[in-house]
Design a protein around this ligand. Structure first.
Ligand code: SAH
Length: 204
């Protein structure tokens, strides 16, 4: 079933074989509530705890492809959610830091990811708008919730040459890639429209 999902993603235009292989290895059904097990390898988003969603595999593949993850790259993820995207990044050999603002999800992934053998460098309960200054700079930052604007700290926590992949917009989001080409210079590229749950401001 996982292989079939990989074929679907190929047919939809994902070409990076490392990304496809990583998706082919992660047991997505284990990241979902039991009620949706039959659907785990369909290319669709599904509800998880705390009113959030596990992203559609195509979206995960698309964002991961844009991130161009190299082995041992330092990657910051905003919105751990189910931990599925985190696992894909771990499969690619990245050093992953991931921030989640829902305590319930943070607690679940903290236990669950190591059980599957996935060891992100750090899972953080906190507000992704601020990034993670103490561990910066990052080779890549991936935001997996819809951002009404691009948070400045995320731009400044990128390495030169680093890539920020972020869906920007309120109701509908435009997938946006920023490549940091110098201290003050960023290249901006826009891709198609996607729909994400919102990136919410700090609760405190
Ligand atoms: N990467 C996840 C996608 C989960 S949906 C997966 O593969 O399953 C987006 C997640 O972003 C949700 O869990 C939501 O709680 C979280 N989120 C929203 N606003 C946030 C913020 N300001 N900081 C960190 N996480 C946030």
């Amino acid at each position: 079933m996982r292989q079939q999902l990989v074929e679907t993603l190929k047919a939809k235009g994902i070409t990076d074989s490392k990304v496809l292989d990583a998706i082919g290895r992660v047991p997505r059904h284990l990241f979902m509530d039991s009620g949706f097990l039959d659907h785990a390898y369909q290319d669709k988003a599904f509800p998880i705890a705390a009113g959030q969603t596990i992203s559609q595999p195509y979206t995960v593949a698309f964002q991961t492809e844009l991130l161009q993850v190299k082995k041992d790259a330092k990657i910051l993820e905003i919105g751990t959610g189910s931990g599925y995207q985190t696992a894909v990044l771990c499969e690619l050999g990245a050093k992953v830091y991931s921030i989640e603002r829902q305590l319930e999800l943070f607690k679940i992934t903290t236990k669950f990811l190591p059980k599957l053998g996935y060891r992100p460098k750090k899972l953080i309960f906190g507000d992704g708008y601020k990034g993670l200054k103490e561990e910066s700079p990052f080779d890549g930052i991936i935001v997996t919730a819809g951002a009404p604007f691009v948070p400045k700290p995320l731009m400044s926590q990128l390495n030169i040459g680093g890539r920020l992949v972020i869906p920007v917009g309120e109701q509908v989001q435009v997938m946006t890639l920023f490549v940091r080409t110098g201290i003050k210079d960023f290249e901006k590229h826009e891709f198609g429209e996607f729909r994400f749950v919102p990136l919410l401001e700090d609760k405190n």
